[in-house]
Design a protein around this ligand. Structure first.
Ligand SMILES: [Zn+2]
Length: 134
């Protein structure tokens, strides 16, 4: 039987989170954790957050292809390797650098040169803050 095709978004999703942002995890096992965005994957709608969604890889000792001075293969030591796994962008919120609270992201145009470039920038959605996130 043919397996039903997984529907994947064809267009990359526009993420509101960017590499380098400080974000807070709002759901899942790392809820409440904050970390820097190491990478954003708009195609998968996922982000890689430092220290969040850690997975443990167990690796075995294995011989490397390079031979050592004695001619014998050198051994790459195995063990537990902890690394971050990407999590859904919807599970994180950007932490506003001005008010230090996780916030939804709004967009605004740069004052003054609205007609020239219409450069959008991201703003904090807290009504008492509204500072730029970029
Ligand atoms: Zn704010």
């Amino acid at each position: 039987m043919p397996r039903p095709k997984r529907s994947k978004p064809e267009e990359p999703v526009k993420l509101k989170v960017k590499k380098g942002d400080l974000v807070e995890v709002i759901s899942g096992k790392d809820k409440g954790d904050r970390g820097e965005v190491l990478a954003a994957y708009p195609r998968e709608n996922k982000v890689l957050v430092k220290g969040a969604n850690m997975i443990v890889r167990h690796t075995k000792d294995r011989a490397s292809n390079k031979s050592g001075a004695a001619g014998a293969n050198q051994v790459i030591k195995g063990g537990r390797i902890e690394k971050e796994a990407p999590l859904f962008a919807a599970k994180v919120m950007v932490v506003c650098p001005a008010c230090k609270r996780p916030t939804r992201v709004g967009y605004a145009y740069k004052e003054g040169d609205e007609k020239l470039s219409r450069r959008k920038y991201r703003v904090c959605k807290h009504p008492d803050c509204g500072k730029s996130l970029d």
